[in-house]
Design a protein around this ligand. Structure first.
Ligand SMILES: Nc1ncnc2c1ncn2[C@@H]1O[C@H](COP(=O)(O)OP(=O)(O)O)[C@@H](O)[C@H]1O
Ligand SMILES: [Mg+2]
Length: 608
């Protein structure tokens, strides 16, 4: 029987949830068109004669008795060239095309396909006619944007013999060749479809031991994330979630970015749709959009679409992973998505568990983050790809003790805790070093350091030993920061001058680390991105300083001798110096020299 076009009727409506009857063989997850206007919805529950549909569009004006048409299809993503450099709504409709067709407000029942049907792409085959292929095999490429070669692959679970394959200019719909399968000859196209709620298959999961290099010091050195890892970045309003996600999108060493915006404020998504396209890829100068897939849930869209958009985004991320790319996906913010779950659950009169959220909230959160990972993809030629998932969380009132934050932390390996006090004092990124963690830290740091090169070609052996030293320096710096926070609370009571000198040195070093290392302005010309070697040298300079000054203090050199050194101020500012690594090296030398001089003055020699 033809699956499309089975017809039923609406029984009742509650916000974005509609109950209907009259289609006996309707399936869970099936897409239906609801009402005279054909609003798009998805079947989320079936009970006896009745089934419940979550509608992805505004339902006002809808009436019981209006028709419901089942499509026989799941919520699928169209995958193919044209995903990048495009802004889509929560269920994959291009905003620009909607604007052109329907004006500034998204009207309902709009059916515009994700991938443009009229645009032609130049397809270059890489597979041979006569060759046997199976799901995942690359059969050709097309240049999707200046930055990304789109690999055309055989869809998963398909195999056969190529009986035709042509070079030429084709739309995503045009046949580019033919495949002889057990069930006959089927056309090959540049586009494929995939149900968004189902993870795309791969050959094997690989260890996530390659660091994602972000150029953000507090992340790379203190709380690093691996390619294929997961991170949560919770923070109250204005603590810097969006700026951080933009920084990660621009600077991280992934080739493709998937950005899902669920607006916190009314017009924030309009900002995403206008701001994001202005960002430039710093390495090539091309618009960042040329390697970005952007989903924007505008505020005039109903909540249910936000629920779907998360799956849409991750499916697209997996699709580029399957081409062999490193992909990062950012969701800003997942709290808005969880609220959509809560709203729909409320409409279904399900039993709420915590703060009104349904009992399946943790399962849904887990399902999303579990789709991260580094994998060996299906198909030939052999290739690996990764999906790194970074989710912003915006807990109400900035209080992390709430269900979405708590459950997100259960399923993510890295926690970047944004802190309102830091943001208020304009310490950005406002990642609180005492509260944050990374489960991958030490392993990643040594792997990362092994990839360092020495720009000047000198001191080869010194760089070579870095990977052993790096985790140690990080621990040392974190220990100083930890201790200083305890000392600070004592100093508040008795005054800093009453502290013993070794404790005052801890405060001094911690201050240098906070100012000169952790703080990093996103909008600074030089410091927006900090290259790996520079990060390491800055850290080494500050921990060396601490070690050497400690020896002096132990030998009764008064702290004032050290705290009055002009080099201390320079250490805080050198990150922004145009002189880069050479300037840092020079300052390091100068610090050594000054501390040695003080040592000589007080007849201390050891270790300085
Ligand atoms: N890394 C940063 N460097 C400089 N300024 C920042 C940084 N992060 C945040 N800010 C400042 O804080 C403001 C709020 O940040 P935003 O990312 O919009 O917060 P959120 O998304 O958490 O509400 C920004 O407009 C910017 O002025
Ligand atoms: Mg924001």
């Amino acid at each position: 029987m033809e699956k499309h076009g089975r017809k039923g009727d609406i029984s009742w409506i509650s916000g974005s949830v509609v109950a209907a009857h009259g289609i006996n063989d309707v399936e869970m997850g099936e897409i239906v068109e609801v009402g005279e206007e054909g609003l798009i919805g998805e079947v989320i529950r079936i009970k006896d004669e009745e089934f419940i549909v979550e509608i992805y569009e505004n339902t006002s004006g809808l009436k019981p008795g209006e028709p419901v048409i089942a499509s026989g299809k799941r919520l699928v993503a169209e995958l193919g060239p044209g995903l990048l450099n495009n802004i889509l709504d929560g269920i994959g409709r291009p905003l620009e095309a909607i604007l052109k067709q329907k004006g500034p407000f998204i009207t309902r029942g709009v059916k515009i396909s994700t991938l443009p049907r009229n645009k032609k792409w130049h397809f270059k085959p890489t597979a041979m006619v006569g060759g046997l292929v199976e799901g995942g095999d690359i059969i050709g490429t097309t240049k999707e944007t200046n930055m990304i070669d789109h690999k055309i692959t055989v869809p998963p679970e398909t195999n056969g013999k190529i009986v035709a394959l042509e070079e030429g200019d084709f739309t995503v719909d045009d046949p580019i060749g033919k495949l002889e399968t057990v069930s006959g000859i089927v056309p090959l196209r540049m586009m494929q479809e995939w149900p968004v709620r189902l993870p795309r298959p791969f050959q094997a999961r690989l260890a996530s031991d390659e660091p994602l290099v972000t150029g953000q010091r507090v992340i790379d050195v203190f709380f690093p994330i691996s390619k294929g890892g997961t991170a949560a970045i919770p923070g109250g309003f204005g603590t810097g979630k969006t700026v951080m996600l933009h920084q990660l999108a621009r600077w991280s060493n992934t080739q493709v970015v998937v950005y899902i915006g669920c607006g916190e404020r009314g017009n924030e998504m309009c900002e995403v749709a206008t701001d994001f396209p202005k960002l430039k890829d710093p390495r090539t100068g091309y618009p960042l959009m040329e390697r970005t897939f952007l989903l924007a849930n505008t505020s005039n869209m109903p909540v249910a679409a936000r629920e779907a958009s998360i799956y849409y985004g991750i499916t697209v991320a997996e699709y580029y992973r399957d081409q062999g790319y490193d992909v990062s996906i950012m969701a800003d913010s997942t709290s808005r998505w969880a609220e959509a779950l809560r709203e729909v659950s409320g409409r279904l009169e399900e039993m709420p568990v915590e703060s009104g959220y349904p009992a399946y909230l943790p399962d849904r959160v887990a399902e999303f983050y579990e789709r991260a990972g580094r994998v060996r993809t299906l198909g030939k030629p052999q290739r690996d790809g990764s999906v790194t998932v970074i989710g912003a969380v915006s807990p109400p009132g900035g209080d992390f003790n709430e269900p979405v934050t708590i459950h997100t932390l259960r399923f993510t390996g890295v926690f970047w805790a944004l802190d309102a006090d830091l943001a208020y004092s304009r310490h950005f990124p406002a990642i609180q070093w005492l509260k944050s963690y990374s489960l991958y830290a030490n392993r990643l740091l040594s792997a990362w350091a092994q990839s360092f090169s020495d720009y000047s070609g000198q001191l080869q052996s010194w760089w070579k030993d870095f990977h052993q030293l790096f985790p140690e320096l990080r621990d040392k710096a974190l220990a100083v920061l930890n201790e200083s926070s305890e000392i600070e609370s004592i100093a508040k009571i008795i005054g800093e001058n009453a502290l013993p000198d070794d404790q005052r040195l801890i405060l001094l070093t911690a201050d240098t680390l906070k100012e000169g290392f952790l703080r990093q302005f996103a909008f600074d010309k030089v410091d927006s991105f900090c290259e790996p070697e520079k990060q390491f040298l800055l850290l080494k300079m500050m921990t060396d300083f601490h070690d050497q000054a400690s020896v002096l203090i132990k030998n009764r050199v008064p702290i004032i001798k050290i705290s009055s050194l002009p080099e201390l101020q320079k250490m805080k500012r050198i990150k922004q110096d145009e002189g880069g690594i050479a300037a840092i090296r020079q300052l390091m030398e100068q610090c050594h020299k000054e501390l040695r001089r003080i040592g000589e003055e007080y007849r201390v020699s050891s270790g300085v």
